[in-house]
Design a protein around this ligand. Structure first.
Ligand SMILES: C[S@@+](CC[C@H](N)C(=O)[O-])C[C@H]1O[C@@H](n2cnc3c(N)ncnc32)[C@H](O)[C@@H]1O
Length: 235
């Protein structure tokens, strides 16, 4: 059977091979649905893979939507969320962005300490030394999305710095990191329901181009020199 893959808040460019879900009936959208209205029109345990790129920051209340993603996902379903990194000037000013994302966000989507994220990424003494903070306000969250991997996309002028420097700068200053990506897994044991198919996600070209150190082309070099000079001339 073909895997069922959903792209939540797909807009006009759903991921190839995914059913696009959006509140607006663009021709590219397969299912028109408002993420703010739960339950979403999908049965339990139907999705092998769920992708939400620059859509979850728009919703009114995050945890009910995370709960829906977990409900719809098969056991072990892969979930990918891409969002603006919180401390980014345009994100902070955007009146359509109602949710804030940083390295701590997925800690509130599980109560488990099992994660693929290195402790150095979320170490925040003296607060919350363990990963899962889902019941930190004594709520019973009733879902379990476990973060397997986290990735940061940095503005060009920082991209070639080493990981320790990048981590330090993105935490201390705004407009260093502009986007964050989480790869998560639906964790549940549902008797009689098969685990999700292993779906390889292919990321959009624009995202792939933003990963890792900036390629040292003449064009990029000139852009960085120009930006640095401009900042020095008009600090
Ligand atoms: C910034 S666009 C991103 C589109 C696409 N995912 C992409 O990466 O190009 C945000 C999308 O989320 C959709 N969206 C925002 N709030 C929504 C909601 N409550 N329910 C469903 N879709 C929503 C918008 O209609 C829009 O298409």
């Amino acid at each position: 059977m073909n895997p069922v893959c959903l792209d939540l808040g797909c807009g006009r460019r759903p991921q190839p091979g995914f059913f696009g879900v959006d509140r607006f009936p663009f021709p590219e959208v397969s299912v028109v649905a408002d993420l703010n209205r739960q339950p979403l029109p999908f049965v339990d345990n139907c999705a092998d893979c769920i992708y939400a790129c620059h859509s979850l920051e728009h919703i009114d209340d995050l945890l009910p939507v995370i709960g829906e993603i977990w409900r719809i996902g098969k056991p072990r379903a892969r979930v990918v969320v891409v969002a603006p990194y919180g401390y980014q000037g345009l994100n902070l000013a955007n009146p359509y962005h109602k949710q804030f994302f940083n390295e701590h966000s997925p800690r509130f989507w599980t109560t488990s300490d099992e994660t693929g994220v290195a402790a150095v990424e979320y170490h925040h003494p003296p607060h919350g030394s363990s990963w899962g903070l889902g019941n930190s306000d004594h709520s019973d969250i009733r879902f379990d999305l476990r973060c397997r991997r986290m990735e940061f996309l940095y503005f060009d002028e920082y991209r070639s710095l080493n990981p320790d420097k990048l981590r330090y700068l993105r935490r201390k200053h705004s407009d260093v990191c502009d986007q964050i990506l989480y790869e998560l897994e639906v964790f549940k044991t549902t008797p009689g329901i098969d685990a999700a198919c292993d779906v390889g996600i292919s990321y959009p070209d624009w995202l792939t181009a933003r990963r890792g150190p900036l390629p040292m082309t003449w064009n990029n070099l000139l852009r960085i020199v120009w930006r640095t000079l401009r900042t020095k001339l008009h600090p």
